[in-house]
Design a protein. Structure first.
Length: 61
C-alpha cells in the first residue's frame, strides 16, 4: 500500500518533512493546512510525494 509524504521548503531553502501517512484523508487535511501557509507566505513551496515502498518511511514522525 502506498504512503504519502508532505515536504515544505521555507525561504532559506530549508526542507522540513511535515508528515507521512498511509491514510489519504490525513494527508489531505495536512495539505489543506500547508496550502494556507503557502498562500500566507510562511513557506516557499510544498511537495506531496506518493511513495510505493516503505523503505524510506521515517519512524520519528
Amino acid at each position: 500500500m502506498p504512503y504519502y509524504r508532505i515536504t515544505a521548503y521555507d525561504f532559506d531553502n530549508t526542507k522540513e518533512v511535515i508528515g507521512e501517512d498511509e491514510d489519504a484523508d490525513i494527508i489531505l487535511d495536512s495539505v489543506e493546512t500547508c496550502m494556507q501557509d503557502l498562500f500566507d507566505g510562511s513557506i516557499r513551496s510544498l511537495v506531496v510525494s506518493r511513495i510505493t515502498g516503505k523503505a524510506g518511511m521515517r519512524d520519528d514522525l
